[in-house]
Design a protein around this ligand. Structure first.
Ligand code: ZN
Length: 261
């Protein structure tokens, strides 16, 4: 038997925003990824996660914490909102379960607006407004300067030359599992500070930066389409990193979980 050690957070119920007959199948992977993004942003990366879409009649969403596991049950009505709405929902519920301040950003705004069922143009202007907010990024680490790496990689790799170069910084809240994170809303990359160590080969750090730069190159399509983070095209480009096999082998040897990045 499991007992929740923190109260569950619950979003208010509302009516479905879309006609259920036109809704595409909700993808659990998208929801899992949204929660992992939220957990990375809130510094709760080391929790296990079980997130599922449910066919609720209303826009219900709950999150419960049992020890080191977070269990989310979310109405599949939220799937139609796209990634920003799902990350916003995950941020709201996760912050509340941990009794943290709920961040006011593009994601949570998208979530609140979706819940209020405002029009798509309202959503876009709200997203644009909140993009003005700045996060302080520190690219210079103890051993490596991330700006140098990005500068060199965008020069050296033909497939990155058309990229609008994102900002990059070290992430001190990434936990052990999340190596890198591309924040699409802010066009910023965060790299786990644990990679700024002498014992981590340079090509492993470079590979993680390369991977996140590819996320910046392949923005996720919003809307009703099923979202695939690592498309076949993405994976084919990723393999063009010259030391791809070596980097993967090092990560496997050192038992670095890459279940989400
Ligand atoms: Zn990835």
């Amino acid at each position: 038997m499991t007992e929740p050690i923190a109260p569950s957070a619950t979003a208010p119920a509302a009516t479905l925003p879309t006609n259920p007959t036109t809704m595409t199948t909700a993808a659990t992977g998208d929801l899992q990824e949204a929660f992992f993004s939220a957990m990375a942003l809130l510094g709760k990366a080391d929790f296990r996660l079980d997130a599922k879409f449910k066919r609720y009649a209303s826009l219900r969403a709950t999150l419960e914490r049992n020890g080191t596991t977070l269990r989310a049950n979310v109405s599949d009505g939220y799937a139609a909102g796209g990634r920003d709405v799902l990350v916003g929902l995950a941020l709201d519920l996760t912050a509340r379960v941990f009794r943290m301040h709920v961040p006011d950003n593009a994601y949570t705004q998208a979530y609140y607006i979706f819940r209020k069922q405002k029009s798509a143009s309202d959503l876009n202007s709200a997203l644009k407004k909140s993009r003005g907010r700045k996060r302080h990024l520190r690219a210079q680490g103890k051993w490596h300067d991330l700006n140098d790496i990005v500068l060199r990689m965008t020069r050296e790799h033909a497939l990155l030359q058309t990229l609008s170069v994102p900002k990059i910084g070290w992430n001190t809240k990434g936990g052990k599992r999340i190596l890198g994170f591309y924040d699409e809303s802010a066009h910023e990359i965060l790299i786990n500070e644990n990679l700024d160590q002498k014992l981590v080969p340079f090509y492993v750090l470079e590979y993680v930066v390369f991977h996140e730069l590819l996320h910046a190159k392949h923005p996720v399509k919003h809307g009703r389409e099923r979202r695939t983070v690592h498309t076949a095209e993405f994976k084919a480009e990723e393999r063009q990193y010259p030391l791809y096999k070596e980097a993967m082998a090092w990560l496997a040897r050192n038992r670095v979980d890459r279940d989400w990045d």
